[in-house]
Write a protein that binds this ligand. Sequence first.
Ligand code: GLP
Length: 241
Amino acid sequence: MINKHSPVPIYYQIEQSIKNLIDKGDLKPGDMIPSEREYAENYQISRMTVRQAINNLVNDGYLIRQKGKGTFVASQKIEQKLLGLTSFTEDMKARGHVPSTLLLDFKKIDATNELAVNLNVQMGDALYEIKRIRLADGFPMALETNYMPVQLVHHLTEEVAKGSIYQFVEQRLGLEIDYATQELESSVARETESELLNIAKGAPVLHIKRRTFLKNGCPLEFVHSIYRGDRYKFVIDMHRS
Ligand code: GLP
């Protein structure tokens, strides 16, 4: 299946052939792929060429290298449409995954200037600061820090924060969540983030900032989320009008 006389570079042919096996399901998440040496011997090509193909697939999130163990097929990335205002719990359920949350920190703080501006409160007003690891089927997907005005979201408890905050706000407090503005930026995992998300320090992540508003115009939350770049992709449909 490798054509050495083709103008298509050999590393690219190997890359495509591994990708095809993954896309067809012949190679499944968790399967170990042959070593660089085995590929090189089988195809009579240099290990450098194989390494280039594998590096590209690792960078694209198709494969994962595990030190001292080998190279494995990664889990499929979870696709999230950038359409509609949804919660983490809803996103995961809609894709057939079981959402869960590890609550890292839950406390009240005084609003700093930046938080006060984003939440339209006075500096020093009480805010909830909630740090959570969001998991899908038990695997960490994102690290989220929510800030919400205490006066707006009364009776928020640690128990609630372990589940869906949106569900609590809508169903228990009867508040209407209306819209959000969101910024996405690529970034790399810092030390603590890498430990909490179980990825290498410096691994690619998506930093998302969301401000969510209620129907009456009040900002409900200001959230920093760090999503694993290897587990998540965001998709948007665009219409030319
Ligand atoms: C997403 C958003 C957050 C929001 C959260 C609510 O993860 N990025 O801004 O706070 O959903 O999710 P849940 O209702 O599951 O707590």
